[in-house]
Design a protein around this ligand. Sequence first.
Ligand SMILES: Cc1ncc(C[n+]2csc(CCOP(=O)(O)OP(=O)(O)O)c2C)c(N)n1
Ligand SMILES: [Mg+2]
Length: 295
Amino acid sequence: MDKNARLYQQMVHIRQFESLLLNQFSTGIFSGTTHTSLGQEANAVGVLSHLAENDVVVSNHRCHGHFLAYGGDPTALYAELMGKPGGVCGGVGGSQHLHWRNFYSSGVQGGTVAMAAGMAMAEARLDSGAIVVDFLGDGTLGEGIVYECLNMISLWQAPILLVLENNHIAQTTPAHLAVAGSIPERFEAFGIPTTHIDSSDILEILPLAGELVHKVRSQRTPQALVIETARLGTHSKGDDTRSADALAELWQTRDPVAIQAARLPEVERSAIDQQVAAEIRAAFDEALAMEGGQA
Ligand SMILES: Cc1ncc(C[n+]2csc(CCOP(=O)(O)OP(=O)(O)O)c2C)c(N)n1
Ligand SMILES: [Mg+2]
Protein backbone atom coordinates (compact mmCIF):
# COMPACT_ATOMS: atom_id res chain seq x y z
CA MET A 1 0.00 0.00 0.00
CA ASP A 2 1.48 3.39 -0.92
CA LYS A 3 1.61 6.42 1.34
CA ASN A 4 -1.58 8.04 0.04
CA ALA A 5 -3.57 4.85 0.48
CA ARG A 6 -2.19 4.25 3.96
CA LEU A 7 -3.06 7.76 5.12
CA TYR A 8 -6.53 7.36 3.66
CA GLN A 9 -6.96 4.04 5.45
CA GLN A 10 -5.90 5.51 8.80
CA MET A 11 -8.41 8.35 8.49
CA VAL A 12 -11.23 6.08 7.28
CA HIS A 13 -10.54 3.84 10.27
CA ILE A 14 -11.34 6.77 12.58
CA ARG A 15 -14.25 7.97 10.43
CA GLN A 16 -15.94 4.59 10.38
CA PHE A 17 -15.38 4.00 14.08
CA GLU A 18 -17.05 7.31 14.90
CA SER A 19 -19.87 6.92 12.36
CA LEU A 20 -20.85 3.49 13.65
CA LEU A 21 -20.68 4.81 17.23
CA LEU A 22 -23.04 7.68 16.43
CA ASN A 23 -25.39 5.41 14.52
CA GLN A 24 -25.59 2.98 17.42
CA PHE A 25 -25.73 5.47 20.29
CA SER A 26 -29.51 5.79 20.31
CA THR A 27 -29.88 2.03 20.83
CA GLY A 28 -28.72 2.49 24.44
CA ILE A 29 -25.75 0.12 24.32
CA PHE A 30 -23.25 2.85 25.16
CA SER A 31 -23.00 4.47 28.55
CA GLY A 32 -22.27 8.13 29.28
CA THR A 33 -21.78 10.53 26.44
CA THR A 34 -19.52 10.83 23.42
CA HIS A 35 -17.80 13.43 21.23
CA THR A 36 -16.74 12.25 17.81
CA SER A 37 -13.87 13.58 15.72
CA LEU A 38 -15.64 13.68 12.35
CA GLY A 39 -13.77 16.22 10.22
CA GLN A 40 -10.66 16.30 12.39
CA GLU A 41 -9.13 12.97 11.37
CA ALA A 42 -6.23 14.59 9.48
CA ASN A 43 -5.06 16.31 12.67
CA ALA A 44 -4.90 13.07 14.62
CA VAL A 45 -3.17 11.09 11.88
CA GLY A 46 -1.01 14.00 10.70
CA VAL A 47 0.44 14.71 14.13
CA LEU A 48 0.56 11.29 15.76
CA SER A 49 2.20 9.53 12.80
CA HIS A 50 5.46 11.09 14.00
CA LEU A 51 5.49 9.71 17.53
CA ALA A 52 8.28 7.61 18.93
CA GLU A 53 7.65 4.65 21.23
CA ASN A 54 7.95 6.46 24.57
CA ASP A 55 6.33 9.80 23.60
CA VAL A 56 3.28 10.86 25.58
CA VAL A 57 -0.10 12.01 24.24
CA VAL A 58 -2.57 14.05 26.24
CA SER A 59 -5.98 14.48 24.66
CA ASN A 60 -9.29 16.02 25.62
CA HIS A 61 -12.99 15.13 25.50
CA ARG A 62 -12.78 14.65 21.70
CA CYS A 63 -10.20 11.91 22.00
CA HIS A 64 -11.27 8.83 20.01
CA GLY A 65 -9.47 9.88 16.81
CA HIS A 66 -6.31 10.64 18.76
CA PHE A 67 -6.54 7.29 20.57
CA LEU A 68 -7.02 5.32 17.35
CA ALA A 69 -4.26 7.23 15.53
CA TYR A 70 -1.97 6.48 18.50
CA GLY A 71 -2.59 2.80 17.80
CA GLY A 72 -5.40 2.16 20.28
CA ASP A 73 -7.55 -0.90 19.77
CA PRO A 74 -11.07 -0.17 18.41
CA THR A 75 -12.57 -3.22 20.16
CA ALA A 76 -11.23 -2.06 23.53
CA LEU A 77 -12.52 1.46 22.85
CA TYR A 78 -16.02 0.26 21.91
CA ALA A 79 -16.01 -1.93 25.04
CA GLU A 80 -14.93 1.08 27.11
CA LEU A 81 -17.81 3.11 25.71
CA MET A 82 -20.13 0.24 26.62
CA GLY A 83 -18.83 0.32 30.20
CA LYS A 84 -17.43 -3.20 29.97
CA PRO A 85 -14.55 -4.67 31.99
CA GLY A 86 -12.81 -5.54 28.71
CA GLY A 87 -12.61 -1.83 27.81
CA VAL A 88 -9.46 0.32 27.62
CA CYS A 89 -9.89 1.33 31.27
CA GLY A 90 -12.06 -1.53 32.46
CA GLY A 91 -15.19 0.37 31.44
CA VAL A 92 -14.84 3.03 34.15
CA GLY A 93 -13.20 5.78 32.07
CA GLY A 94 -15.82 6.07 29.36
CA SER A 95 -15.49 8.15 26.22
CA GLN A 96 -13.45 10.98 27.69
CA HIS A 97 -11.12 9.40 30.22
CA LEU A 98 -8.79 7.00 28.52
CA HIS A 99 -5.43 5.69 29.53
CA TRP A 100 -3.47 3.16 27.54
CA ARG A 101 0.33 2.98 27.39
CA ASN A 102 1.43 6.64 27.13
CA PHE A 103 -1.96 7.92 25.98
CA TYR A 104 -4.08 9.94 28.42
CA SER A 105 -7.29 11.91 27.96
CA SER A 106 -9.49 13.95 30.23
CA GLY A 107 -12.78 15.77 29.72
CA VAL A 108 -11.79 18.54 32.11
CA GLN A 109 -11.10 21.39 29.74
CA GLY A 110 -7.81 23.12 30.45
CA GLY A 111 -6.85 20.57 33.10
CA THR A 112 -5.36 18.55 30.28
CA VAL A 113 -2.79 21.29 29.62
CA ALA A 114 -1.66 21.09 33.25
CA MET A 115 -1.36 17.30 32.96
CA ALA A 116 0.63 17.65 29.76
CA ALA A 117 2.89 20.39 31.15
CA GLY A 118 3.70 18.26 34.19
CA MET A 119 4.36 15.19 32.09
CA ALA A 120 6.63 17.16 29.75
CA MET A 121 8.60 18.48 32.74
CA ALA A 122 8.90 14.95 34.06
CA GLU A 123 10.28 13.73 30.72
CA ALA A 124 12.72 16.66 30.71
CA ARG A 125 13.93 15.87 34.24
CA LEU A 126 14.27 12.18 33.46
CA ASP A 127 16.19 13.11 30.34
CA SER A 128 14.17 10.41 28.61
CA GLY A 129 14.25 11.97 25.16
CA ALA A 130 10.45 11.61 25.01
CA ILE A 131 8.18 14.48 24.07
CA VAL A 132 4.56 15.25 24.96
CA VAL A 133 1.85 16.10 22.43
CA ASP A 134 -1.15 17.91 23.89
CA PHE A 135 -4.38 18.48 21.95
CA LEU A 136 -6.76 21.24 22.95
CA GLY A 137 -9.69 23.09 21.41
CA ASP A 138 -10.50 26.75 20.75
CA GLY A 139 -13.21 26.68 23.43
CA THR A 140 -10.61 25.75 26.03
CA LEU A 141 -8.80 29.06 25.61
CA GLY A 142 -11.19 30.62 28.14
CA GLU A 143 -9.73 28.50 30.95
CA GLY A 144 -7.22 30.47 33.05
CA ILE A 145 -5.14 27.40 33.85
CA VAL A 146 -4.11 27.24 30.19
CA TYR A 147 -2.17 30.50 30.59
CA GLU A 148 -0.53 29.52 33.87
CA CYS A 149 0.65 26.40 32.08
CA LEU A 150 1.85 28.21 28.94
CA ASN A 151 3.90 30.45 31.22
CA MET A 152 5.53 27.50 32.99
CA ILE A 153 5.97 25.52 29.76
CA SER A 154 7.91 28.44 28.30
CA LEU A 155 9.90 29.36 31.41
CA TRP A 156 10.93 25.77 31.99
CA GLN A 157 11.30 24.92 28.30
CA ALA A 158 9.19 21.79 28.48
CA PRO A 159 9.50 19.41 25.50
CA ILE A 160 5.88 19.70 24.40
CA LEU A 161 3.98 20.22 21.16
CA LEU A 162 0.71 22.01 21.87
CA VAL A 163 -1.81 21.29 19.10
CA LEU A 164 -4.71 23.70 19.09
CA GLU A 165 -7.52 22.29 16.95
CA ASN A 166 -9.53 25.39 16.09
CA ASN A 167 -12.79 24.01 14.75
CA HIS A 168 -14.31 27.46 15.30
CA ILE A 169 -16.92 26.23 17.71
CA ALA A 170 -17.24 25.12 21.33
CA GLN A 171 -20.38 23.07 21.82
CA THR A 172 -22.75 25.63 20.20
CA THR A 173 -20.73 28.83 20.75
CA PRO A 174 -18.90 30.13 17.68
CA ALA A 175 -15.26 30.96 18.41
CA HIS A 176 -15.70 34.58 17.31
CA LEU A 177 -18.06 35.11 20.27
CA ALA A 178 -15.71 33.51 22.78
CA VAL A 179 -12.10 34.04 21.72
CA ALA A 180 -10.75 37.60 21.42
CA GLY A 181 -7.72 38.52 19.35
CA SER A 182 -5.40 36.08 17.62
CA ILE A 183 -5.02 32.48 18.77
CA PRO A 184 -1.41 32.03 17.55
CA GLU A 185 -0.46 35.27 19.29
CA ARG A 186 -1.73 33.88 22.59
CA PHE A 187 0.99 31.20 22.44
CA GLU A 188 3.57 33.59 21.01
CA ALA A 189 2.93 36.02 23.88
CA PHE A 190 4.49 33.42 26.17
CA GLY A 191 7.50 33.00 23.90
CA ILE A 192 6.33 29.67 22.46
CA PRO A 193 7.16 29.45 18.72
CA THR A 194 3.87 28.95 16.92
CA THR A 195 3.00 27.61 13.50
CA HIS A 196 -0.40 28.27 11.97
CA ILE A 197 -2.09 26.24 9.25
CA ASP A 198 -5.59 26.42 7.79
CA SER A 199 -6.09 22.98 6.27
CA SER A 200 -7.97 19.71 6.37
CA ASP A 201 -5.50 18.12 3.98
CA ILE A 202 -3.39 15.34 5.48
CA LEU A 203 -0.64 15.96 2.92
CA GLU A 204 -0.25 19.50 4.27
CA ILE A 205 -0.64 18.73 7.98
CA LEU A 206 1.59 15.62 8.07
CA PRO A 207 4.90 17.21 6.97
CA LEU A 208 4.36 20.35 9.02
CA ALA A 209 3.62 18.35 12.16
CA GLY A 210 6.68 16.22 11.38
CA GLU A 211 8.93 19.29 11.38
CA LEU A 212 7.51 20.48 14.69
CA VAL A 213 7.78 17.10 16.39
CA HIS A 214 11.39 16.95 15.20
CA LYS A 215 12.10 20.44 16.60
CA VAL A 216 10.60 19.63 20.02
CA ARG A 217 12.50 16.35 20.12
CA SER A 218 15.88 17.71 19.03
CA GLN A 219 15.79 21.12 20.72
CA ARG A 220 13.95 20.01 23.90
CA THR A 221 11.82 23.17 23.76
CA PRO A 222 8.08 23.81 23.32
CA GLN A 223 6.28 24.49 20.05
CA ALA A 224 2.64 25.22 19.25
CA LEU A 225 0.69 24.26 16.16
CA VAL A 226 -2.63 25.98 15.50
CA ILE A 227 -4.72 24.06 12.99
CA GLU A 228 -7.80 25.72 11.52
CA THR A 229 -10.11 22.76 11.06
CA ALA A 230 -13.79 21.85 10.91
CA ARG A 231 -16.10 19.89 13.15
CA LEU A 232 -18.29 18.04 10.66
CA GLY A 233 -20.43 16.33 13.29
CA THR A 234 -22.48 17.49 16.21
CA HIS A 235 -20.76 18.54 19.44
CA SER A 236 -21.82 15.37 21.16
CA LYS A 237 -24.61 13.08 20.01
CA GLY A 238 -27.07 15.52 18.48
CA ASP A 239 -26.43 19.06 19.60
CA ASP A 240 -25.67 21.43 16.76
CA THR A 241 -27.18 24.82 16.07
CA ARG A 242 -25.34 25.45 12.80
CA SER A 243 -27.52 25.70 9.69
CA ALA A 244 -27.83 22.81 7.25
CA ASP A 245 -26.29 25.06 4.57
CA ALA A 246 -23.27 25.89 6.70
CA LEU A 247 -22.73 22.21 7.47
CA ALA A 248 -23.14 21.17 3.82
CA GLU A 249 -20.53 23.75 2.87
CA LEU A 250 -18.10 22.32 5.46
CA TRP A 251 -18.66 18.77 4.20
CA GLN A 252 -18.01 20.00 0.65
CA THR A 253 -14.81 21.85 1.40
CA ARG A 254 -13.32 20.57 4.67
CA ASP A 255 -13.72 16.81 4.74
CA PRO A 256 -10.21 15.33 5.14
CA VAL A 257 -11.40 11.86 4.13
CA ALA A 258 -12.91 13.15 0.87
CA ILE A 259 -9.82 15.27 0.13
CA GLN A 260 -7.59 12.21 0.43
CA ALA A 261 -10.08 9.91 -1.34
CA ALA A 262 -9.81 12.07 -4.45
CA ARG A 263 -6.14 11.04 -4.74
CA LEU A 264 -6.88 7.32 -4.98
CA PRO A 265 -8.17 5.22 -7.88
CA GLU A 266 -11.83 4.36 -7.25
CA VAL A 267 -11.15 0.61 -7.03
CA GLU A 268 -8.48 1.06 -4.39
CA ARG A 269 -10.55 3.53 -2.38
CA SER A 270 -13.56 1.26 -2.37
CA ALA A 271 -11.48 -1.77 -1.35
CA ILE A 272 -10.09 0.17 1.63
CA ASP A 273 -13.59 1.36 2.60
CA GLN A 274 -14.89 -2.19 2.60
CA GLN A 275 -11.95 -3.67 4.45
CA VAL A 276 -12.07 -0.98 7.16
CA ALA A 277 -15.86 -1.28 7.47
CA ALA A 278 -15.49 -5.03 8.08
CA GLU A 279 -12.78 -4.45 10.72
CA ILE A 280 -14.79 -1.81 12.52
CA ARG A 281 -17.96 -3.91 12.44
CA ALA A 282 -16.00 -6.89 13.82
CA ALA A 283 -14.56 -4.69 16.59
CA PHE A 284 -18.04 -3.49 17.50
CA ASP A 285 -19.51 -7.00 17.48
CA GLU A 286 -16.65 -8.33 19.58
CA ALA A 287 -17.12 -5.58 22.16
CA LEU A 288 -20.87 -6.15 22.19
CA ALA A 289 -20.35 -9.85 22.89
CA MET A 290 -18.12 -9.14 25.90
CA GLU A 291 -19.38 -9.64 29.43
CA GLY A 292 -20.81 -6.77 31.49
CA GLY A 293 -21.73 -3.20 30.67
CA GLN A 294 -25.05 -1.72 29.63
CA ALA A 295 -26.09 -4.22 26.99
C1 LIG B 1 -13.78 22.69 32.77
C2 LIG B 1 -14.87 22.31 31.82
N1 LIG B 1 -15.89 23.16 31.58
C3 LIG B 1 -16.89 22.82 30.74
C4 LIG B 1 -16.90 21.58 30.13
C5 LIG B 1 -18.05 21.18 29.21
N2 LIG B 1 -17.59 21.12 27.82
C6 LIG B 1 -17.22 19.96 27.24
S1 LIG B 1 -16.66 20.16 25.68
C7 LIG B 1 -16.94 21.82 25.73
C8 LIG B 1 -16.60 22.68 24.55
C9 LIG B 1 -15.18 22.48 24.14
O1 LIG B 1 -14.86 23.27 23.04
P1 LIG B 1 -13.45 23.18 22.35
O2 LIG B 1 -12.37 23.33 23.37
O3 LIG B 1 -13.46 24.17 21.24
O4 LIG B 1 -13.36 21.69 21.81
P2 LIG B 1 -14.29 21.01 20.70
O5 LIG B 1 -15.48 20.46 21.43
O6 LIG B 1 -14.67 22.05 19.71
O7 LIG B 1 -13.45 19.93 20.13
C10 LIG B 1 -17.46 22.19 26.96
C11 LIG B 1 -17.82 23.58 27.34
C12 LIG B 1 -15.82 20.72 30.40
N3 LIG B 1 -15.73 19.52 29.83
N4 LIG B 1 -14.82 21.10 31.24
MG1 LIG C 1 -13.80 23.90 19.27
